[in-house]
Design a protein around this ligand. Structure first.
Ligand SMILES: [Ca+2]
Length: 397
């Protein structure tokens, strides 16, 4: 288990390298945003640090990397979780690489692209997960690349956690969660985007805001694979967890809710009994959202998932936003706990950009580090602590 919130001395084991005028820097705010880090709530002063690579200046293709120290896994799967703030241009890229080492004598290793962030900027912190599968010593490398467009900001990262767990399958980022929860006077329903399970079932989450509590509900939604799926959709377990947004996942409270889809969840219509989990094109109704028209079945869940007091007293909301982590899996036919990680299409043809940077000289990311090299040895191998697997999920984008 490793965590980086950019507040303490362990940041001295992070090294940065750049081919350009810009480079990753540890800062407390930047002009193009963010103006506050993710770790430190404003109620606690809001003066925490994050790392930032500006794409305002420089040339197209300029790039900068920062890398973690070398780590040794104890299991064959890991989850990388981090918050990112993209205030640059659509064409800027943040590439996430894993560099694996063949042995303790291998000081070069081989890098592989595992994720890429690009596209529309947004002026808020967004949560990302990437599922890793390695049994070799490795280090993570975050590479920012300036694109062709005119940028007003850049990439920022905070609260990076590496754990030996399964990532969340999906994350529902609920904007202005705190504002809605505190101002709601009756019942206010909010629909998530539509998701696909690893088997191809479409589904949707519905949040219920009401005075004193937040509820969550689940329903199946029509999708592209419906003709090839088995109906009704039974023996799948749905699990929700409202993310407590503390920097380290070791410090987070866990409050989760799960249930299994079964034939006991049914309803009667026109004198006939229907299962909630039958094909939504048959048992559901037609709806529409920004992505188009679809059918969705009846929803099922709990109107009292968490009390408003627990949510507001906990650390579930940052800058007004909350994140609901979602797992949806087959409980009878689990072959492997690992879902395939969606790979960016461009990864196939991308050269190892990081290798192209050598012999770039890495420097300590933090300017506050002691000068003693023993503290900032980039090749230091640090063992992972095995942790109890928590059901977590992945959402890309
Ligand atoms: Ca921070």
């Amino acid at each position: 288990m490793e965590g980086f919130n950019f507040e303490i001395d362990t940041e001295c084991e992070l090294m940065a390298c750049s081919t350009a005028e810009s480079m990753w820097k540890r800062v407390t705010r930047v002009e193009g945003g963010p103006t506050v880090d993710h770790s430190t709530p404003k109620s606690q002063g809001g003066v925490g640090h994050f790392v930032h690579f500006s794409t305002i200046i420089g040339m197209t293709g300029d790039k900068g990397i920062f890398k973690t120290r070398r780590m040794t896994p104890h299991r064959d799967f890991q989850c990388l979780e981090f918050f990112q703030y993209h205030s640059g241009h659509d064409t800027d890229q943040l590439n996430i690489w894993i560099r694996e080492f063949q042995s303790e004598y291998d000081t070069v290793g081989a890098s592989r692209l595992i994720g890429q962030i690009t596209g529309s900027p947004a002026h808020y912190w967004r949560l990302q997960h990437l599922q890793l599968r390695t049994t070799k010593a490795f280090q993570m490398e975050f590479e920012a690349v300036k694109g062709q467009g005119v940028s007003g900001g850049g990439f920022s990262l905070d609260d990076i956690n590496l754990s030996e767990t399964v990532c969340p399958h999906h994350v529902w980022h609920i904007r202005d969660f705190g504002g809605i929860l505190q101002s709601v006077s009756g019942k206010q329903w909010s629909n998530s985007p539509r998701f696909y399970s690893s088997e191809g079932y479409g589904f949707q989450i519905i949040g219920l805001f009401q005075p004193g509590a937040f509820g969550v509900f689940f329903r199946l939604a029509s999708g592209a694979n419906d003709d090839n799926l088995q109906w009704p959709c039974l023996n799948r377990q749905i699990t929700f967890q409202l993310l407590e947004q503390r920097s380290s996942i070791l410090q987070r409270m866990s409050k989760q809710l799960s249930w299994t889809l079964s034939t006991t969840q049914n309803f009667t219509r026109d004198g006939q009994t229907h299962c909630y989990w039958d094909n939504p094109r048959i048992v559901g109704r037609q709806y529409s959202d920004s992505e188009g028209v679809y059918h969705a079945g009846p929803f099922y869940g709990h109107s009292y998932f968490l009390s408003s007091d627990i949510i507001m007293e906990g650390d579930f909301i940052r800058a007004g936003d909350a994140f609901l982590l979602i797992n949806f899996e087959d409980v009878l036919n689990q072959i492997s706990p690992i879902l395939p990680t969606p790979m960016p299409e461009s990864s196939v043809n991308l050269p190892s950009l990081i290798d192209n940077l050598s012999p770039c000289v890495y420097q300590e990311l933090s300017t506050d580090c002691p000068t003693a090299s023993a503290v900032c040895t980039s090749s230091q191998s640090v063992s992972f602590l095995a942790v109890i697997a928590v059901i977590l999920l992945i959402h890309w984008g």
